[in-house]
Design a binder for this molecule. Sequence first.
Ligand code: KIV
Length: 269
Amino acid sequence: MTNERKPMSLQRLLDMHASGDKIAMLTCYDAAFASLLDEAGVDVLLIGDSLGNVLQGESSTVPVSVEQMAYHTRCVARGRKSAWVLADLPFDSYHASLEQAWHSAAALVKAGAHMVKLEGGGWTAPVVKFLAERGIPVCGHLGFTPQTVVALGGFKVQGRDEQAAELLKRHARELQDAGATMLVLEMVPSALAAELTKTLSIPVIGIGAGVGCSGQVLVLHDMLDITPGRRPRFVRNFMQGASSVQDAVRRYVSEVKAQTFPQDDLHGY
Ligand code: KIV
């Protein structure tokens, strides 16, 4: 089947958030999957630094470099036709200075990214502002942030108590005010994620954050059930009952759009 979808745009993603049309995002690291996911209707392809775990066999995302992210971003950008291309700024690529952040983000944009994603709140707002003012669309990432798994004390749901929830809400507003045009929320209680989705004017994409977000994202290899070892409880195996990988991805897209995925009570590991 040929892909006749219109190319995704930032405005369309903002419109989908405003109108309540759900956004289906999956991680993607190469051209073959980019083509398959695009044809199956995925709206946003995320070149996640999860490629450190998934492709490289590392125990965290920390060792991933900008060069590696740019390589995979280029592969995905070549394979996609209409999906939005979002690439992660890896650990130690935006932390040292605004200048470092600019050069890292520019490398990903030159490789084909439409938007870059960075993790954390508070100190990241000036980084977002710097990049957004210079024309690079930025997505924030709050809640559980894999690049700082050690500081967070492990794979834990974030924003559970009132103080943590208030801090997360403040960080989300600061990112939006700084010019972020999308936000990923990972492993936060669904009521908090739903509240943020209602109050922010930018799309909020959840992963282990309940069904009340503007859209969902999963690590591709998790939902295809080919990740070795432990998987978070919020992941569903979409290969179960599917006739092919394409069928599994189509089912993911349609369940996200119909809001039958995720189940609301599964947030963590
Ligand atoms: O790197 C990644 O795959 C991500 C998702 C977990 C959102 O950032």
